[in-house]
Write a protein that binds this ligand. Structure first.
Ligand code: ZN
Length: 125
């Protein structure tokens, strides 16, 4: 199950970043997932919540941003966004494309509440 191992990796990476027994409360873990990464967001969220239950990450929620597929046409050099189904250069119709974005599975940020820090409320975005 792809989503479960992915959720495990996310937990590992977060633990490496904040420390396994860190007192901080993790609020949000932001992820960028490419449309070609074949990740079911619901399954990933479910697996993650099951994994972190009862741990110091149980307050964390995943914020997942889907990344559009971007390709570079090898024939005409046009950089374009495609829908991930039709792999065709919108300019010249070539199907010889180099996928530049859309396969990523990245943690872009980890938002923590550090209770030594006074929150003056600029978290509204
Ligand atoms: Zn082209």
């Amino acid at each position: 199950m792809h989503e479960l191992s992915l959720a495990q990796r996310i937990v590992e990476i977060v633990h490496e970043s904040i420390g396994r027994h860190a007192p901080q409360t993790v609020r949000t873990i932001s992820l960028e997932i490419g449309e070609l990464a074949n990740v079911h967001v619901d399954s990933l969220t479910f697996a993650f919540e099951a994994l972190v239950e009862g741990t110091n990450l149980q307050t964390a929620s995943l914020q997942i941003t889907s990344v559009r597929v971007q390709v570079l046409c090898k024939s005409c050099g046009t950089f374009s966004t495609v829908d991930g189904v039709t792999f065709e250069c919108p300019r010249c119709g070539s199907t010889t494309l180099d996928v530049r974005r859309g396969r990523e599975l990245d943690i872009t940020s980890i938002e923590i509440d550090d209770y030594t820090e006074v929150n003056h409320g600029n978290s509204d975005r």
